[in-house]
Design a binder for this molecule. Structure first.
Ligand code: HEC
Length: 287
C-alpha cells in the first residue's frame, strides 16, 4: 500500500512539474506576470508558446550564452501593450533568484518592424520550450536561462546594460524610476554634471543594483548590501576593488562564487573608476 502511494505521488510530481529526468525542475509550473500599477496579467508557459505573436529570432551575440542563439520569442512591446506607462517610468524585471533590475520603460516599448534591420534596440521575451530545452548557461549560473529570458536585438550594446539580459525571469512590473524609488542613492546638486560620480551612480543603477542593495535601498538580493554594514571602499585597496569589479575571480575564487566578470564592452575602465568614485562619495557622506 505504501509502495503504491509512493508510486502515485511520484507520478503526480512528474505530471505536476512537467519534468523529465535531466530537465530543470520548477517547484511549480513557471509563470510570467506582466503588471502596471493597477492591473496584472499572469501567463503560463504553454500560453506564451501558443501565442500568435510568437516568432523565431536570432541573436547574433548573446552575452549570457556567449554565442549566437535562436529563440522563440514575443516582443516585449507587445506584452506591454495596454499597460499604463508614464514617460519616466521603468519596468522592474524580477527573476526567481533575487535578481531584479529596473529597465527604462522607453527601451522596452520599441515595437519591432519585422523584416527591417533594427536601428534601435528591441527587447524580446524568449520562451524556452520544454520539448526543445536551451543549453546550460556557461560559467557562474546553473541550468538554462529559461524558462523566460529578456533578449535584445539591434542597437548599440552600450545602451543595453549586461543586466538588462534578465534570465530566470518571473515578472515585468511598471514602476517609478530607481532614482525616485531609492533617493538615498542620489548625488547632491552641488556635484557638477560632468563629475564621474554621476556616471558612477548611473552605472551602479544599470548594472550593480540587479544583485546588490545599497544601505537597504534596491531590490537585488543575490549579493551583499554594499553600504551596510561597510562600504567596500573602506576595506578594499582601490586597485583590488577595481580588479574585483572587472573579474571577481581575479581577486578570490571559490566554487559557489556568483558575481559575473564584466568585459570592457559592458563596463569600461572609466565606468569602473566612476562606480568606485560614487561608492567613495557615498562612504564620505556616511561618515
Ligand atoms: C548578477 C549578480 C551581480 C551583479 C550584476 C554584481 N554583483 Fe557584486 N556580487 C554578487 C555576489 C553574488 C557577490 C558575493 C560573492 C559571489 O558570490 O560572487 C558579490 C560581491 C561583490 C563585492 C565583494 C563584497 C565583499 O565584501 O567581498 C563587491 C565589492 C561587489 N560585488 C560589487 C559590485 C558592483 C560595484 C557591481 C556593479 C558593477 C556588482 N557587484 C555587480 C553579485 C553581483
Amino acid at each position: 500500500m505504501r509502495a503504491i502511494r509512493a508510486l502515485l505521488s511520484a507520478l503526480a510530481l512528474a505530471v505536476g512539474f512537467g519534468c523529465l529526468p535531466g530537465r530543470t525542475v520548477f517547484a511549480q509550473s513557471p509563470t510570467l506576470t506582466v503588471a502596471d500599477r493597477t492591473t496584472s496579467r499572469t501567463y503560463t508557459r504553454p500560453e506564451l508558446l501558443a501565442d500568435s505573436r510568437l516568432r523565431t529570432i536570432v541573436i547574433a551575440h548573446d552575452p549570457v550564452y556567449r554565442r549566437p542563439m535562436t529563440y522563440r520569442a514575443i516582443a516585449i512591446a507587445e506584452l506591454l501593450k495596454g499597460a499604463r506607462i508614464g514617460d519616466d517610468d521603468y519596468v522592474q524585471a524580477r527573476a526567481v533568484d533575487n535578481f531584479s533590475i529596473g529597465i527604462p520603460a522607453g527601451l522596452l516599448r520599441t515595437m519591432p518592424k519585422p523584416g527591417a534591420a533594427p536601428s534601435t534596440a528591441e527587447a524580446f521575451l524568449a520562451i524556452e520550450d520544454p520539448a526543445l530545452p536551451w543549453p546550460a548557461i556557461p560559467g557562474v549560473a546553473k541550468g538554462t536561462a529559461g524558462p523566460f529570458y529578456v533578449v535584445w536585438q539591434g542597437g548599440a550594446r552600450s545602451d543595453i546594460s549586461s543586466e538588462y539580459w534578465a534570465y530566470h525571469l518571473a515578472a515585468l512590473t511598471v514602476t517609478d524610476s530607481p532614482y525616485r524609488r531609492w533617493p538615498g542613492l542620489a548625488v547632491s546638486a552641488d556635484v557638477p554634471a560632468t563629475d564621474p560620480i554621476r556616471r558612477g551612480l548611473d552605472r551602479f543603477v544599470a548594472v550593480c543594483m540587479a544583485c546588490h542593495r545599497f544601505n537597504g535601498e534596491g531590490e537585488g538580493g543575490q549579493g551583499p548590501d554594499l553600504a551596510r554594514p561597510m562600504n567596500p571602499v573602506d576595506y578594499f585597496q582601490p586597485t583590488a576593488l577595481k580588479k574585483l569589479l572587472r573579474d571577481p575571480r581575479s581577486v578570490r575564487t571559490w566554487p559557489e562564487a556568483k558575481m559575473p566578470a564584466f568585459d570592457a564592452e559592458n563596463l569600461s575602465d572609466a565606468d569602473i573608476d566612476a562606480i568606485v568614485a560614487w561608492l567613495s562619495y557615498k562612504a564620505r557622506q556616511g561618515r
